[in-house]
Design a protein around this ligand. Structure first.
Ligand code: MOS
Length: 758
């Protein structure tokens, strides 16, 4: 695998840390990941590895084996007598919680042993608490559970006629129409009209959902594997009906999340409840099969796309109608048509989203919710249109390049997608492509080249941070954010160090504790873009305080200097007008009494934000080799170039994009949860049968970024990076398969049985 940032020299220059330089690219970078040593030595402690004040006991979550109905009874006589068992908690004996459950029409997101109604197969219906995990699981087998079963809503594809609009609006309206779609549709002479489907998928971070909870009097301490400690804290307090201040959530390391840990699920409340019941610290870690059901997943989608174009490729009418499965418990919408509103220019565009209720657990955000499934369908349809037009697929996209966001009728904060197409096409060698499907053969391998556009919104939320300069010249940066393996620690240290002019290796970063300054959910690709400016503001303020100490100190070479003339680098403050005049943090603080200096900072999107459309973009090119006899598909290489604003850190940033692309290949070829439509369980709920790519499935990855700062979006110029990599990739691979074979598979994943059947 190769990973090249296009402008590394600019990245590695040390930017002088003065306020006016805030808009420059990321400055000096940590040579490696901040948390690398802790991770590889095992010093990094994940949720259930933390040390509670007393030896913890173990809780095992017992799940419903029917998809719909009612619990009649749970006979726990044998289980409670089983070795090591401390408690068996069921809806018949569980502490009653005030559960501020959402009001109808939305029902509830989680179940925590407060009702006997069964909404899905896999719903938590009891908790066995024992001295060891083995004893808890053993006792769970002894429970005698009686149900009354009712007919379940299970077969999604058979029930599309039941599709209805979402009960409450999401961030974007479910339905949007621009222009007269029917009239525009009629103007086009070349059309595409197809339905694309994407399957149930389940995130499987290596660290499953896991919680360790204990009580210290009225105070609840929760070590949880989460993407959002502040949200976790609020949800826990609300669910248990206890004051917010009585909950502390800690999560120094999250072993992957991908959206699944963006909201709180049943097991967190159950762990706290169990700890209250048995008066011991309780560990509750989900078993791998328990990851399919009670903790979300990506909903299945059916997407009908109609495109019409003039012979020169100009899009006239665009219509994208999406049906997504949801749970009878609560609506969750995967907004697969959202990108269709903004990605291309057209005369008119209509988009709709509808839901089909099912007896399944509530689905949730899964890497690029909306855009991952949506670009898979839209970018396949665009390829089909290019074939129908006999036009190069890159050219088709350039012909319909959106100079503004037509969906929201706003200008882009910054958009350089054209350069992405150019750069990625050049690196790939796209100009050599013979457009004829099946035209390129290497022995028995059919070679195909395909491409697609990638896009994901750039999000940003309010965040706070604290920076402390220590008398020994080191610094501490603290922010209640999370690091899911994404690089949050690294960019925190880097951002603070650059702003302070302190060596990045001397900066300690703290996150993952709800007592720290508040940060948003590490979801929606927004952490760096949200906390970066807050950290920078805090660091600037701390530096300013030290500068003022020096200016006011007759013994400082900086005495009486103008504040605007003070810069910082290499642990020293200096005069910008005369850099040889300087004073070190260590000496300034020593003369001022040897106390640390700290400052807090906050940042939030300005009002002008609502006047702009903020998105990241990219172009993805894929090469596949398909065996002419077996139709086994190999992705030989993926070349992608992204416009994501400033690349904050090459190591962590390029790795995020690569990870997204790998997942896109998985989406294209491998990944699917198979639902048993009679019993409502996923039958391949394990990592042996839920196929994800291994290294041998991923050929060469060539990822570059334009690294053009988007300073209208935030002072660092950095847009989100966590999710865009998965977008477009599945379509690029599918389009390459079509180019190799002439076979178009519209129901993902593109497995060889579907190719053989065609
Ligand atoms: Mo991301 S799916 O918003 O964690």
């Amino acid at each position: 695998m190769t990973a090249i940032a296009t402008d590394e020299s600019r990245q590695q220059q040390e930017a002088p840390s003065i306020a006016s330089d805030a808009a420059k690219p990321a400055g000096k970078q940590l040579a490696t990941r901040y948390d690398a040593r802790a991770k590889v030595t095992g010093a990094a402690k994940y949720a259930t590895e933390s040390r509670p004040p007393a030896d913890p006991v173990y809780a095992f979550m017992v799940q419903s084996t029917i998809p719909s109905g009612r619990l009649l009874s749970i006979d726990q006589a044998a289980a409670i007598k089983s070795a090591g068992v401390l408690a068996v908690i069921t809806p018949f004996n569980a502490p009653k919680l005030p559960l501020a459950s959402p009001q109808p029409p939305a029902r509830r997101h989680i179940t925590v042993l407060q009702e006997t109604e069964i909404f899905y197969n896999g719903q938590p219906i009891a908790l066995v608490v024992a001295r060891s995990m083995a004893e808890a699981m053993q006792a769970a087998n002894l429970l005698r559970i009686h149900y009354q079963q009712t007919p379940a809503k299970l077969n999604f594809l058979d029930r599309l006629a039941e599709a209805r609009p979402p009960k409450s609006p999401g961030r974007e309206p479910a339905t949007q129409t621009r222009g007269d779609v029917a009239a525009a549709m009629a103007k086009g002479t070349v059309t595409v009209d197809h339905t694309y489907t994407t399957p149930y998928q389940h995130h499987n971070p290596m660290e499953p959902h896991a919680t360790l909870a204990w009580w210290e009097g009225e105070k609840l301490i929760v070590h949880d594997s989460t993407q959002y400690i502040t949200g976790d804290k609020m949800a826990i307090a609300r669910s248990l009906g206890i004051p917010l201040d009585n909950v502390r959530v800690e999560c120094p390391y999250t072993g992957g999340g991908f959206g699944s840990k963006g909201s709180m699920w049943s097991h967190v409340v159950l762990a706290a409840m169990a700890s209250k019941v048995v008066q011991e610290p309780v560990k509750l870690a989900l078993e791998r099969p328990q990851m399919w059901g009670p903790v979300g997943g990506r909903p299945a989608t059916v997407q009908h796309i109609r495109l019409s174009a003039t012979p020169d490729g100009k899009l006239m009418g665009v219509q994208h109608d999406v049906i997504v499965h949801t749970s009878v418990m609560e609506d969750f919408l995967e907004p697969s048509a959202d990108q269709t509103r903004m990605l291309y220019s057209s005369e008119a565009c209509g988009t709709t989203h509808k839901l089909v209720e099912m007896n399944l657990g509530v689905a949730t955000f899964m890497r690029a919710p909306g855009e991952s499934t949506g670009t898979t369908a839209l970018e396949t349809a665009m390829d089909e249109l290019a074939v129908a037009l006999k036009m190069d697929p890159v050219k088709l996209r350039l012909v319909n390049y959106a100079e503004t966001d037509l969906g929201s009728d706003k200008p882009w904060s910054s958009k350089h997608l054209r350069e992405c197409y150019e750069q990625a096409a050049a690196r790939f060698g796209w100009s050599e492509r013979n457009p004829e499907p099946g035209s390129t053969r290497e022995g028995n391998q059919l070679i195909g080249w395909g491409m697609a556009t990638a896009t994901y919104p750039a999000n940003r939320s309010a965040a706070q941070a604290m920076v402390r300069i220590l008398p020994n010249g080191h610094a501490l940066v603290a922010c209640g954010s999370q690091d899911l393996g994404t690089g949050t620690y690294t960019i925190m240290a880097q951002t603070a160090g650059n702003a302070l002019g302190i060596d990045l290796n001397l900066v300690e970063a703290q996150l993952g504790d709800s007592t720290l300054p508040k940060a948003p959910v590490s979801g929606g690709s927004q952490s760096a873009a949200s906390i970066g400016p807050a950290i920078q503001a805090a660091a600037m303020e701390a530096k300013l305080k030290v500068a003022q100490l020096a200016i006011g100190d007759p013994n400082s070479p900086l005495h009486d200097a103008a504040i605007a003339d003070v810069g910082a680098s290499n642990g020293r403050l200096f005069l910008i007008s005369r850099p040889s005049v300087s004073d070190s943090y260590v000496e300034i603080l020593a003369r001022a009494g040897g106390k640390p200096i700290e400052a807090t900072g906050s940042a939030e999107p300005g009002e002008d934000h609502t006047a702009m459309s903020t998105h990241s973009f990219g172009a993805v090119f894929a090469e596949v080799a398909v065996d002419a006899d077996t139709y086994m598909v190999r992705v030989r290489r993926v070349v992608a170039t992204y416009d994501i604003g400033t690349l904050m850190n090459t190591t962590t940033g390029i790795n995020q994009l690569e990870g997204g692309i790998v997942w896109g290949v998985s989406f294209a070829l491998h990944e699917e949860s198979h639902l048993d439509n009679t019993y409502g369980r996923y039958v391949n709920s394990n990592l042996a049968e839920y196929h994800v790519p291994v290294n041998a499935d991923i050929g060469e990855l060539d990822v570059t970024v334009l690294n053009i700062p988007d300073t209208k979006f935030n002072p660092l110029g950095a847009r989100g990076i966590g999710e865009i990599g998965i977008t477009g990739t599945a379509a690029a691979v599918g389009n390459a398969i079509f180019h190799a074979t002439g076979i178009r598979v519209r129901n993902f994943p593109v497995t060889l049985d579907k190719l053989l059947k065609a």
